[in-house]
Design a protein around this ligand. Structure first.
Ligand code: GRF
Length: 186
């Protein structure tokens, strides 16, 4: 059994949640930052910090084929837990099953509300009072696994999806490290 405190963060873009996980890593260690986009902004930051990184373009590669190669990289680093942080790719059933119960994700809504994309637009259009973010276990069904923690953010008059996103993102950066630390030390 691998040490759950050895965490890999998977990103596809700017990686602000990854930076928060690195910056507040208490109770776990980020042993790998991996990406399906070799030019991801967050990857350059991770490299500059001296973190171990891995990247391979996923476009044009079969879903499971990519995941098997990614899996090798994770095993090489003795990863015990995977934290998805803006990883814009659906993982194959093979991968999710292999890592069952050991993959977590941060999602910008109060799950089970608004699974999938465009969460801020949907929350504003619905006239919701509260939005927020959730950390959950990844299962085969999109954004549907057990919720480990949530943070609420009030929707203000005149909020745009962008202004709401900014405040929710700040809440994500606080919530994710705390929930991850609790999860790997449970
Ligand atoms: C965040 O909003 C996160 O909730 C969602 O994707 C976005 C990633 O942003 N899963 P960043 O790359 O962490 O800045």
């Amino acid at each position: 059994m691998r040490d759950p405190k050895r965490v890999a963060v998977l990103i596809s873009g700017r990686g602000s949640n990854m930076r928060a996980l690195v910056g507040s890593s208490k109770g776990y260690e980020i042993v790998l930052v991996a990406s399906n986009k070799p030019n991801a902004e967050g990857l350059a930051w991770a490299r500059a910090c001296g973190l171990s990184t891995w990247a391979m373009e996923s476009k044009g590669v079969g879903k499971e084929e990519f995941d098997r190669i990614l899996n090798e990289a994770l095993e090489k680093r003795d990863v015990g837990t995977i934290a998805l942080a803006g990883f814009m790719r659906i993982l194959s059933p093979w991968f999710v099953d292999k890592w069952s119960g050991r993959i977590v994700n941060i999602h910008p809504s109060l799950l089970p509300k608004y699974r999938g994309l465009d969460t801020h637009v949907r929350a504003i259009e619905a006239g919701d009072e509260m939005s927020g973010c959730s950390v959950h276990i990844v299962t085969e069904e999109l954004d549907a696994g057990e919720v480990l923690g949530r943070a609420e953010v009030r929707i203000q008059d005149g909020d745009t999806p962008q202004s709401l996103e900014q405040r929710v993102l700040a809440a994500e950066h606080e919530l994710y490290p705390k929930v991850l630390s609790k999860f790997v030390n449970r």
